[in-house]
Design a protein around this ligand. Structure first.
Ligand code: SAM
Length: 440
């Protein structure tokens, strides 16, 4: 049967946003969705319209003098062979129905997602991981993207109850890197071939938007690298100015979509405002990152299922899913850490539901067990973030205790053990070269 949706493929993000705006203004209902793999990079976005609006849309675009790259039928990702006789009696009829929907490329509802997140049947878990891994392969391939993160300041004005660098944690030893220190690391990352630098910090008033703008321009001028920002909530104008300066991606996790829990863990943040920030980031054309924490006090699997549906509905492009890990000096310092298995399950189900997105194998997982990063790559994850903060500061960026300082060696280990590929653009230094560099 012919699919009832069409995807408008634009030449670039700016044009895609323009197409979306023009069609909406003309009263046509649109949705921004990941473009199919064959039409562009992992985060390419398409504008989805109903088939009944095709003529009207084409006419509207013509009237506004907008030529698009293509308009194609939305194809569902079909997976053959998820259901086989091996599953036998070890799985329920309900599970088979869900697998059938996954095979057909149909969307899952909340109850089905809850089922996938909570089953304890080994054969069902195995089938969930297999489905996630196959969807990952189809959608984003075997190469694991490697990014370098510079945690450039741990000063923060917020008092998030889970976070070890929150303003009220007087036990945290504070540092702030300056522009030259940051650029030194940026150049090191550039030399090994890394293409994206992640700039992360607490919400630090001294690192003003003006300073960030100058820093982004300098990174662009001196290396041309892509820049991911992870600097918290800002005004729309500030996000816009950072985007104009060259910011490409922005990570601002929702952490949980349960309103009460959100309030409990973020005493000075507003849930609706956080969502508004995420919408602005999308409107401004950032590759939009979100994510959640697994194992927060009082969090349920229903909450996690709603998080996953939220990522899908908001068209989030990068989804960071990490276990909660207690941090000394915080309200939850004695709360147990989130489970590895629960986190891996959330990764797998997110891949099954959201399909063509970046999902990191998170540092938090690696901090609980270095092989958990391997496992995440085997059940849906496709990126790794290196902790590239200089030695003298990295121990102080203690958002949680016993953080694993994932380096290139750890990334190569995880990628190799997971049977995946390192990007060709990375130049891996041999052990002797690294030693010589450290001796310099
Ligand atoms: N200030 C920015 C923000 O809020 O987006 C970026 C820095 S914040 C420290 C980066 C991420 O650290 C958060 O999105 C949160 O998910 C994670 N994080 C902080 N404390 C954590 C903890 N105790 N366990 C797990 N993740 C934690």
């Amino acid at each position: 049967m012919e699919n009832k949706y069409r995807l408008i493929i634009a030449y670039n993000t700016a044009q895609m946003l323009l197409v979306d705006k023009v069609l909406r203004t003309a009263g046509i209902q649109t949705e921004l969705v990941p473009a199919p793999p064959e039409t562009g990079t992992v985060c390419a976005i398409a504008v989805k319209i109903d088939l009944s609006e095709l003529e009207n849309s084409s006419e509207t675009l013509k009237q506004n003098d907008i030529k698009v790259k293509d308009i194609i039928e939305e194809k569902k990702l079909k997976l053959q062979g998820l259901i086989d006789e091996k599953l036998g009696r070890a799985v329920t009829a309900e599970f088979i129905n869900i697998l059938r929907k996954i095979e057909n490329g149909d969307g899952l509802n909340k109850d089905e997602i809850v089922y996938l997140l909570s089953t304890q049947k080994p054969r069902e878990i195995e089938a969930i991981y297999t489905a996630a891994d196959r969807i990952r392969k189809e959608m984003v391939g075997d190469v694991v993207e490697i990014r370098g993160a510079i945690e450039f300041s741990n000063y923060c004005c917020k008092s998030c109850n889970y976070c070890g660098i929150n303003a009220k944690n007087h036990g945290a030893s504070r540092y702030r890197m300056n522009e030259d220190e940051i650029m030194e690391v940026v150049h090191d990352l550039y030399k090994v071939g890394i293409k994206t630098v992640i700039l992360q910090s607490g919400e630090d008033a001294q690192w003003t938007t003006e300073r960030l703008i100058e820093l982004i321009k300098r990174i662009k001028r001196e290396t041309g690298m892509r820049v991911t920002l992870s600097v918290g909530e800002k005004r729309r104008e500030e996000y816009e100015a950072l985007r104009e300066a060259g910011g490409n991606n922005f990570l601002l996790k929702i952490e949980t979509t349960n309103r009460e829990l959100f309030k409990e863990i973020h005493p000075d943040d507003d849930y609706d405002h956080r969502i508004q920030c995420s919408k602005w980031l999308k409107e401004l054309g950032y590759i939009n990152g979100s994510g959640n924490i697994i194992g927060l006090p009082g969090q349920t699997v229903e909450d996690i299922a709603v998080d996953i549906l939220y990522f899908k509905e908001m068209g989030i492009n990068m989804i960071g899913i990490g276990p909660f890990i207690p941090a000394k000096g915080t309200k939850y310092e004695n709360h147990p850490h989130g489970g590895i298995e629960e986190t891996l399950r959330a990764v797998a189900v997110t891949r099954i539901v959201c399909k063509k997105v970046y999902i990191p194998s998170t540092t938090a997982l690696a901090s609980l067990d270095k092989d958990a990063q391997v496992m995440a790559l085997q059940c849906g994850a496709n990126t790794i973030m290196l902790i590239s903060t200089p030695e003298e500061y990295r121990r102080s960026y203690r958002i949680y205790d016993n953080k694993n300082m994932v380096d290139m060696e750890a990334a190569v280990y995880a990628v190799t053990k997971a049977g995946r590929k390192m990007p060709e653009y990375i130049k891996i230094m041999k052990k002797e070269e690294r030693r010589m560099k450290n001796d310099e």
